[in-house]
Ligand binder design. Structure first.
Ligand SMILES: [Zn+2]
Length: 124
C-alpha cells in the first residue's frame, strides 16, 4: 500500500487521456498547493518529450494542442506551482482516444485525475 501523499521521484503513475478536453484536479500536480503556471508536456511519435515551462498568462489548461507534419506532436499544459516543474510526463499510448497517457509523480493527484477523467465505459 502506498501512502496517500506518496510522491515518486519520477513520473510513474499512469492515467489515460480519454478526451480532447482534460479536467485537471485543483492545484499543483506534485504538492497540491495552488498552481501558478502550466508546464508544457509533449509527446511525439511514441517518445516522451521534454517539458517546457510556460508563463501563467499563457495558461490554457485543459486542451491538447496537436501538430502534424513529419509526425504528430501532442502538447498539453499540466498545472504546477512555482516550486515544481517535473510532476508529469506525456506519452503516446495507442488504444486511448486521443492516443495519450499522462504519468504523474503524485499518487494522490493521479487518483484525483482518474476521478475527474474516468475511462469511458467499454461497450459490452
Ligand atoms: Zn508543487
Amino acid at each position: 500500500m502506498l501512502a496517500d501523499d506518496y510522491v515518486h521521484p519520477k513520473p510513474g503513475f499512469p492515467a489515460p487521456v480519454t478526451s480532447e478536453t482534460i479536467c485537471w484536479p485543483e492545484g499543483c500536480c506534485v504538492c497540491a498547493t495552488p498552481a501558478t503556471r502550466g508546464i508544457e508536456a509533449k509527446a511525439e511519435d511514441g517518445q516522451t518529450g521534454t517539458n517546457v515551462a510556460v508563463a501563467a498568462a499563457g495558461l490554457a489548461l485543459g486542451s491538447i494542442a496537436v501538430r502534424t507534419g513529419g509526425g504528430t506532436t501532442y502538447t498539453l499544459r499540466i498545472p504546477h506551482c512555482a516550486e515544481h516543474d517535473d510532476g508529469a510526463t506525456l506519452e503516446i499510448k495507442s488504444g486511448n482516444v486521443p492516443p495519450l497517457q499522462i504519468r504523474f509523480r503524485s499518487y494522490a493527484y493521479q487518483r484525483r485525475f482518474l476521478q475527474l477523467n474516468p475511462k469511458p465505459a467499454k461497450a459490452a
